[in-house]
Write a protein that binds this ligand. Structure first.
Ligand SMILES: Nc1nc2c(ncn2[C@@H]2O[C@H](COP(=O)(O)OP(=O)(O)OP(=O)(O)O)[C@@H](O)[C@H]2O)c(=O)[nH]1
Length: 339
C-alpha cells in the first residue's frame, strides 16, 4: 500500500512541482520519498528484529514526508487535501494505537521542514493538469481500500461462522453442545403447543463409565464416548438432533416422533451400543441406559420435559442398567426385562 500510495501521490506532487518550476532539490526529494523510501521501508521492516516498532517508525516518517511536500507544492489545494486525507484514512484503517498525536506532530514537523527548505508560498489553485494527475491516486486508492475492506469483511464472516460452529459442537464427540440442543428442543416444544406435533427425547447414559475410566484410563473413556457418539450419529435421522450434555450423558431430540417410534429408536441405539467394541480392548463390554420422554400438555417448559426423561433414565439405572424406559412404558423391551 505504501509503494502504491506514495508512487501515485508522486504523480500529483510532480505535476505541481513542474508547474511551479521547482528547483532540483525538490525533485530529488520527490524521487526519494515517492519511489525509493517505500521500498526502503519494506526492507527495514523485513530485516528488523522488532517489525512492529520499525513499521511504526516508518509510518511516522511517512507523515513527515507528506508534511514536507505541502509547502513545496505551495499548498496546491487538491493534491494537498487529497494526500493528507488519504494518508489519515490509511492511519485510521491501520488501527495502530497511540499514533494520533505522533501523526499530528509529524505532519507539523514536515510542514516546518518543507517551509525551511523552500519557504512558504500560497498558491492553492489547481490546474487541469494537476487535477488529472490527482485522479490515479484518488481512483486506485479508493478501489484498493474497498477491496481490502471487502476481504476483511469476508474473513471476519468466515471466522464468525467457524466460531459459531465451534461453540455449537462438542469437541470430543462432534455432537451438539447443550445450548444449541436446548434451542432446538425449545423449537419442538413450541411446535407441540402451537400445532400439536409430537416430539420425544432420549436421555442416554453409559453404564459404569466411571469404572471404565478408573480401570483403563481417561483415554479409553474418551474413545468410548466417541464410539457412542458414532453409534448415535449412525442411528438417527437427519432431522434429529443429538447432543452431549457433559460427562457420559447424551441427549437426542426426535422431532415429529411419537412415543412408540422413540422407544424403537432408543432400543435400536441400546442394542448397537451393546455390540460396540474397542479395537484395543475387544473384551470391554459397553452398555447404556436410556430414558425416553414425549412432550405432553402438562410440560410447562423444557425443564419439565427433561426431568421426565431423567426420571425414566433413573428407573433403568435402578433396575440394573442396560435398558430403555419411559414414564408410560417402564423398562420397555430391554433384554433385562425380557429375561
Ligand atoms: N474419559 C472421560 N471421562 C469423563 C469425561 N467427562 C466426565 N467423565 C467421567 O465420567 C464419569 C461419570 O460417571 P457417572 O455418570 O457419575 O457414573 P457411572 O460410573 O457412569 O455410573 P452410572 O451412570 O450409575 O452407571 C466420571 O468418572 C467423570 O470423571 C470426559 O470427557 N472423558
Amino acid at each position: 500500500m505504501r509503494v502504491l500510495g506514495m508512487g501515485l501521490g508522486g504523480l500529483a506532487v510532480g505535476a505541481v512541482l513542474w508547474e511551479v518550476r521547482a528547483p532540483p532539490i525538490d525533485w530529488i526529494l520527490l524521487v526519494f520519498v515517492c519511489y525509493l523510501w517505500p521500498h526502503l521501508a519494506c526492507l527495514l521492516s523485513k530485516f528488523s528484529s522488532n517489525r512492529h516498532r520499525t513499521e511504526l517508525f516508518s509510518m511516522v516518517l511517512d507523515t513527515v514526508f507528506i508534511g514536507l511536500g505541502l509547502p513545496l507544492m505551495r499548498f496546491n489545494l487538491l493534491p494537498s487535501a487529497l494526500i493528507v486525507t488519504l494518508h489519515l484514512m490509511d492511519r485510521i484503517a491501520s488501527g495502530a494505537r497511540g499514533l494520533r498525536l505522533a501523526t499530528l506532530l509529524a505532519l507539523c514537523a514536515g510542514i516546518l521542514g518543507g517551509g525551511w527548505l523552500g519557504g512558504y508560498h500560497w498558491a492553492p489553485e489547481s490546474s487541469m493538469r494537476v487535477i488529472l494527475a490527482c485522479l490515479p491516486l484518488l481512483i486506485v486508492h479508493t478501489l484498493v481500500l474497498s477491496l481490502t475492506s471487502r476481504g476483511l469483511i469476508e474473513k471476519t464472516a468466515r471466522q464468525n461462522e467457524k466460531l459459531h460452529a465451534m461453540l455449537r459442537v462438542d469437541a470430543l464427540t462432534g455432537l451438539y453442545c447443550r445450548p444449541f440442543w436446548q434451542e432446538q428442543a425449545a423449537v419442538s416444544l413450541r411446535k407441540f403447543f402451537q400445532s400439536g406435533t409430537p416430539s420425544c427425547m432420549l436421555m442416554l447414559d453409559i453404564d459404569h463409565f466411571k469404572q471404565i475410566n478408573d480401570t483403563y484410563g481417561h483415554d479409553v473413556g474418551d474413545t468410548v464416548l466417541r464410539g457412542l457418539a458414532h453409534v448415535i450419529r449412525g442411528s438417527i435421522r437427519a432431522t434429529d438432533c443429538a447432543g452431549r450434555f457433559g460427562g457420559d450423558e447424551f441427549i437426542i431430540l426426535l422431532p415429529d416422533t411419537c412415543l412408540e417410534d422413540a422407544l424403537v429408536m432408543a432400543e435400536r441405539i441400546r442394542k448397537r451400543v451393546a455390540t460396540l467394541r474397542l479395537r484395543k480392548l475387544p473384551d470391554l463390554q459397553i452398555t447404556c441406559s436410556v430414558g425416553v420422554a414425549c412432550i405432553e400438555k402438562h410440560h410447562d417448559d423444557l425443564g419439565e420435559w427433561m426431568k421426565e426423561a431423567d426420571t425414566a433414565l433413573y428407573q433403568v439405572k435402578k433396575a440394573g442398567r442396560d435398558g430403555v424406559a419411559s414414564a408410560h412404558v417402564p423398562l420397555a423391551t430391554t433384554d433385562a426385562a425380557e429375561s
